[in-house]
Structure formats: structure tokens, C-alpha cells
Design a protein around this ligand. Structure first.
Ligand code: DGY
Length: 409
């Protein structure tokens, strides 16, 4: 085992709280939805029971309406804000009131493929909760097959320039005074600005005050944005769910209908002005206007759209490390500030998985080699500066360690 493998395993063990894994201590002291799925993927390399436990704990937080929250607050920890008192989630475990990219069905299938003894039984046990979660997206968040988010935190790409236009239309009146905790853990130049936090909290308050009533929020929220992260991860997850249903002898028609609708819906995210997939603000009708790394999830979604290859090559060659989370040629690019430019290893893995499956193996291999070099030289940071790979955000980060073990190493 290499030193880096050993370090990555130590990070997973060190962040393991017993049945769930925190992304990193201090900055993110709870169970985050897609972070947890990546953690399971990392554990699966040598501890399949622990991998399954991670997914089971996540799905145990599912709400009656099917939503699986983006944060589960298993034990209150004052090092994080906003906590369960602000969110007022209504599920079986104290939680936030929004979801996150639904990558679980995809990785449940990947982990099952590694588990000859128990994989089929685990898939059977997890299938109903996954189906119910995907149905929630179709009930509340599908606009002609494009999947809509009601908070930037749902996409994981918290302060992407994609949210600048919809945020400009929000006046964050009525929020309580608050004290951020994130900037006590991480350099503030690597985090969202106060301008964004005010609007994050405005949207949380709107949701909490409504009791997280999706019907009401669909009418009133100023933030309803069709998003490639959600659309592409869900489309991919539905393909995996369909395969799972077929293997398990479950009905497939409903899932097949979702897939057909989403294949059509994905095309509504194509912004002809930049010739790329983009967010679309449903309140104003405007596209986001720039190329984010989420656009390159098209291949992962099974949309083999080679019109995106030129952007990928341009963005990969613009800086030493890729894939920049936002286009380095765009005026809003900030190479150290979270989702306005830095490289995220787990996005690289999802994008490269899709490229590989689409037959673009040279592109996939180049991304993997570049990611491996970035981690080897700079460690297991939350994200990295594309110019020189300088580590940024949290350290000893679960998903970077997991991606190393399961893919990059
Ligand atoms: C944060 O607190 O920065 C998280 O990204 C919210 O999910």
C-alpha cells in the first residue's frame, strides 16, 4: 500500500463517526448527502459492510414525502451554522430541508458490483427508498424534464457564478442576525461572501417558515433554477435505478418515463449563446451565462454530446490543473473561491466516468492523471487552485480521500 493510500484510509477512519462520515471535522461536522455516498465508495475498497452502513444511515433520514436531506444533524455541534434549529427539518432525523445531487443509486450499483456475497440483497433492501426519493424529484422539481433547485446548496456548487443573476433579484429582508462559523475554520477568501450568505439564509427561512411545503414554495420562492448538476446526476441515477429494477424484477415503466422526459428536458439547458449546457432561471427565463464544470456531467448522464468536448479541452488546457469549476475565460472566475473556479476531485471523477463510458477514454485518462498529480502534490484538500494546485478549503477531506482510493490512485 502506498503512503497516500494509507493517508486516505486514515482520513476516512478519522472522519468516521460510527455509521456516518463527516466531510471534515470542524467545518462540516455532520452527515452530508453526496459526501456520504463518496465516503461509501471509498470504504468499499476494503470494507463493504462499512460502505453499506454509510448509505443505510443516509437513507434512514428520508422524509415521508421521499426527500433525502442534504444534511443530517445526528449530534448537535456548535462549530457549524446554520444548525437544526434554523433549518427545522421535518424528517425522522434532525435535518436540513433541501436535498443534494442524487448520486446514491449509481454508487449503490457500483458497490453492489464489488460485493458478490451481499450486493443483490443490499440493492433489494435500498431500492424502495431510492425509488421514493427519485419520485420526489419528479413530483416537485421536474420542469418538463429539467430538474429544478430551490437553493444553491442543493447543487453543492454553493457560490457558483450561476447563481449571481437569480441572487441579484433577491432582497434578503427579514433574516435574523447571524454569525458565520465557516470563516472561523477556513480563510474567508476561499469561501462565499456575506452577500451570498444573506441570500442563503433568506431562502432557508422561507422554506422553514413554510414547514418545507414544496407546493407553496413552488409558487412563491424567488429561487427556482433548472440546474445541470441535478438534471444530469438524476438522469444517470435513473438509468442505474432502471437497471436495478430490471435485475430485481421490479416494475420499470415509471422510471423509463422519467428517463425519456429527462433526455428531452436536458436539451432545455442548452444555452446557444455560449454553446454549452447551463443553468436556467425559471423566474426570469435567463440562462446563467457561463460554462461550469457541472455542464461536463452530460456524458455521465448518458447524453453523449460531443459539442461539449471543445470547452473541456479549452478549460483543461487553460490552467495547470482541471477541471476548473467555472470557466477561466469568464470575468466571474476566481481560482481560489470555492465554486467560482477551484478544482474539485469528485467532480473530476464523475465527469471522467462519463467520458470513459462514452468512449472518450483519452480525455478520461488525462483527467484522472491530472487529478492524481494534483492530490499527490497537494494532499487531500476539499478543493484546489487550478493555477498551481494549492490546497484550499477544508483539509483531510473525506471525498478527496475516497476519490483517491476508488478512482485516482
Ligand atoms: C456549507 O455550509 O458551506 C455547505 O456547503 C452547505 O451545504
Amino acid at each position: 500500500m502506498s503512503d497516500l493510500d494509507a493517508q486516505a484510509r486514515d482520513i476516512l477512519r478519522g472522519n468516521d463517526k460510527g455509521g456516518y462520515t463527516v466531510p471534515t471535522h470542524g467545518l462540516y461536522p455532520y452527515q452530508w448527502n453526496w459526501d456520504s455516498v463518496f465516503a461509501a465508495w471509498g470504504f468499499a475498497v476494503d470494507d463493504l459492510p462499512r460502505a453499506w452502513a454509510e448509505i443505510e444511515t443516509l437513507l434512514a433520514g428520508q422524509w415521508d414525502n421521499g426527500m433525502v436531506p442534504h444534511i443530517l444533524f445526528h449530534q448537535v455541534d456548535p462549530s457549524y451554522f446554520p444548525g437544526p434549529d434554523v433549518w427545522q427539518g421535518t424528517g425522522p432525523v434532525p435535518s436540513s430541508g433541501i436535498s443534494q445531487p442524487p448520486i446514491a443509486a449509481t454508487f449503490v450499483r457500483q458497490i453492489a458490483a464489488l460485493d458478490a456475497a451481499n450486493g443483490a440483497a443490499k440493492m433489494r433492501a435500498l431500492f424502495p427508498a431510492l425509488l421514493k426519493w427519485h419520485r420526489w424529484f419528479y413530483q416537485w422539481r421536474s420542469e418538463d424534464g429539467a430538474i429544478v433547485v430551490t437553493h444553491p446548496w442543493e447543487t453543492g456548487r454553493d457560490n457558483s457564478p450561476d447563481w449571481d443573476p437569480p441572487f441579484a433579484a433577491i432582497d434578503p429582508v427579514g433574516i435574523d442576525t447571524y454569525q458565520r462559523r465557516d470563516t472561523g475554520h477556513v480563510n474567508q477568501d476561499e469561501r462565499p461572501r456575506k452577500y451570498e450568505y444573506d441570500r442563503y439564509l433568506y431562502l432557508v427561512k422561507l422554506g422553514a417558515d413554510s414547514g418545507w411545503d414544496e407546493r407553496y414554495l413552488r409558487q412563491v420562492t424567488p429561487f427556482r433554477v433548472a440546474d445541470p448538476t441535478m438534471s444530469f446526476t438524476l438522469l444517470r441515477a435513473n438509468r442505474d435505478l432502471l437497471a436495478m429494477a430490471a435485475e430485481l424484477g421490479e416494475p420499470t415503466d415509471e422510471i423509463a418515463t422519467w428517463i425519456a422526459a429527462q433526455e428531452a428536458g436536458a436539451q432545455t439547458l442548452w444555452n446557444p449563446d455560449i454553446a454549452a449546457y447551463d443553468t436556467c432561471d425559471l423566474r426570469s427565463g435567463a440562462f446563467g451565462g457561463g460554462v461550469s464544470s457541472a455542464a461536463f456531467l452530460c456524458w455521465y448522464a448518458g447524453i453523449h454530446d460531443d459539442r461539449m468536448l471543445g470547452h473541456l479541452e479549452r478549460i483543461m488546457s487553460a490552467e495547470t490543473y482541471g477541471i476548473a469549476s467555472y470557466d477561466p475565460d469568464h470575468a466571474a472566475y476566481e481560482p481560489k473561491r470555492y465554486w467560482r473556479g477551484p478544482v474539485w476531485a469528485m467532480m473530476n471523477m464523475l465527469i471522467a466516468m462519463g467520458l470513459h463510458e462514452a468512449g472518450h477514454t483519452a480525455h478520461a485518462d488525462a483527467i484522472r492523471a491530472n487529478t492524481a498529480r494534483m492530490i499527490t502534490e497537494n494532499g487531500f484538500a476539499e478543493y484546489f487552485d487550478p493555477r498551481d494546485g494549492a490546497p484550499a478549503g477544508g483539509r483531510s477531506f473525506t471525498w478527496t480521500a475516497a476519490v483517491w482510493l476508488g478512482w485516482a490512485s
